[in-house]
Design a binder for this molecule. Structure first.
Ligand SMILES: [Zn+2]
Length: 142
């Protein structure tokens, strides 16, 4: 339970029973939660959460829950994806599992921080990432 940024009440989406075929629906839900963000910031958040959720589907025993937490000053969104595997995300770009190649590059480039923590007692973990508009864009969202 270390390294998870504090924030307000998150918006939660139950992902149990969903899979890769549901990614578009997950993105639409997230886009609605973030409807008041400026588009560049919202698009970055959607790209990152797409990668994390896809990773959970393909390499981490499935996704259980998505959380979006908004922060103001600086304007940031923290994505949290709970999955079914206690194994931390693998960082090796050449590995066949975990974040690799393009996915890792995207997450690294578009976030100010990311990591994971164990979810006890569910025997899974949460992968989290924080996307700030200060990183990729000049002006904070209105
Ligand atoms: Zn913003």
């Amino acid at each position: 339970m270390t390294g998870h940024p504090a924030g307000g009440d998150p918006a939660r989406f139950d992902l149990r029973g969903t899979g890769s075929a549901d990614l578009a629906r997950v993105r639409r839900w997230a886009a609605r939660q973030l409807g008041d963000l400026d588009e560049p910031h919202r698009e970055d958040v959607l790209l990152v959460l797409n990668e994390i959720v896809q990773n959970a589907y393909e390499h981490a025993g499935g996704a259980r829950r998505l959380e979006l937490t908004r922060h103001a000053g600086p304007c940031e969104v923290t994505i949290g994806v709970e999955d079914g595997s206690p194994t931390p995300p693998r960082l090796r770009a050449s590995a066949g599992t975990g974040f690799g190649g393009r996915g890792l590059y995207l997450v690294d480039r578009l976030t100010t921080a990311w990591g994971s923590h164990d979810d006890l007692p569910s025997a899974g973990k949460t992968v989290w990432a924080t996307v700030s508009c200060a990183l990729a864009h000049q002006e904070p969202c209105r």
